[in-house]
Design a protein. Structure first.
Lengths: 110, 194
């Protein structure tokens, strides 16, 4: 459950989940909605996958991202979105904040 | 998986067995009922053993987990019912409806748990006959509907007077099923490209 809370704590990841609510999307389609680098986006995807909130499926040469949220997780996403829950922003003053995401981004790049 | 969750079904079945023995001792006139319940417990034990033996096979893992969950819920409901029957026969519980209320509310909780997991069961995109976004919307709708049905079912059994609780709970389940069924029909009637 900690992974789910961690995944939902970031506004970008929440936006990804909201986009996926409408329909399954490819990585490129999703990335078009955000002004962040590809490795950062990839790191966000991996956090969502680790939390079990999205699933990837390869059809032909395209990798599709699909929503895989239980009703409880869906409700949590709704609450987090409504309340604007963003502990990551609050913790950004701490030097360790965002370091993990950067590490993931570097890993995804490499 | 923790040690506790691994043995919870076995523990529940053992507890149910002990409760049947106690009830049989208290009310020997209802021997047929207790014998039937013993046979039911034996059947569930058999299911549990089969599930445990085949859980290491890749194709059986999910089915085995589902069987264990089913045995757990059935065992929980049986335990509640038997505890209430024993409490009534020993004079500890004047109103036997409390046991029935709790076991039916637990059934509602089972609906909630089942509905909660519904949107997580994904069909591979390549094998879908319907539009994937509509299938996803249907799964979310059915998950939410079943969860709310379970909540309504549990609340009806816990809060309403006994003679209203049964019909109200049935109404909740029937409405939920009808809503899901009608949405399913709409899903199949809509072309994949829509």
């Amino acid at each position: 459950m900690n992974r789910v809370f961690k995944a939902l704590s970031d506004p970008t990841r929440r936006r990804v989940l909201q986009l996926l609510r409408a329909r399954p999307m490819s990585a490129g389609e999703l990335a078009d909605h955000f002004a962040v680098s590809k490795p950062t986006m990839s790191a966000h995807f991996s956090v969502l996958q680790e939390a079990g909130l999205v699933e990837t499926e390869k059809v032909g040469r395209t990798i599709w991202y699909r929503l895989k949220m239980s009703v409880l997780e869906d409700a949590l996403l709704g609450f987090a979105h409504t309340l604007g829950w963003n502990p990551a922003a609050r913790a950004r003053t701490a030097p360790s904040a965002g370091r993990a995401l950067k590490r993931r981004a570097v890993k995804a790049e490499g | 998986m923790t040690r506790l969750s691994r043995y919870r079904e076995t523990a529940l079945l053992a507890l149910s067995g002990a409760l049947i023995a106690a009830n049989w001792y208290q009310q020997p006139a209802r021997a047929a009922t207790w014998a039937a319940m013993t046979a039911f417990i034996a059947g569930m034990a058999l299911v549990l053993v089969t599930a445990a033996r085949r859980s290491d096979r890749p194709n059986w893992r999910d089915a085995s987990d589902a069987l264990k969950s089913g045995v757990f819920v059935a065992g929980l409901m049986l335990t509640m019912t038997l505890t209430a029957a024993l409490a009534k026969s020993t004079g500890l519980l004047a109103d036997v409806s409390a046991g029935r209320r709790i076991s039916m509310a637990l059934l509602g909780v089972f609906f909630v748990v089942t509905g909660n997991a519904l949107p997580k069961r994904l069909t591979p995109l390549a094998t879908m006959v319907c539009n994937p976004s509509r299938v996803q919307a249907f799964q979310r709708f059915s998950g939410w509907t079943w969860v709310l049905t379970g909540v309504a079912y549990s609340l009806a059994w816990l809060l309403l007077p006994m003679h209203y609780a049964g019909p109200a709970a049935m109404l909740a389940v029937t409405s939920g099923m009808l809503m899901i069924a009608s949405r399913l029909v709409m899903l199949f009637l809509t072309p994949r490209s829509a």
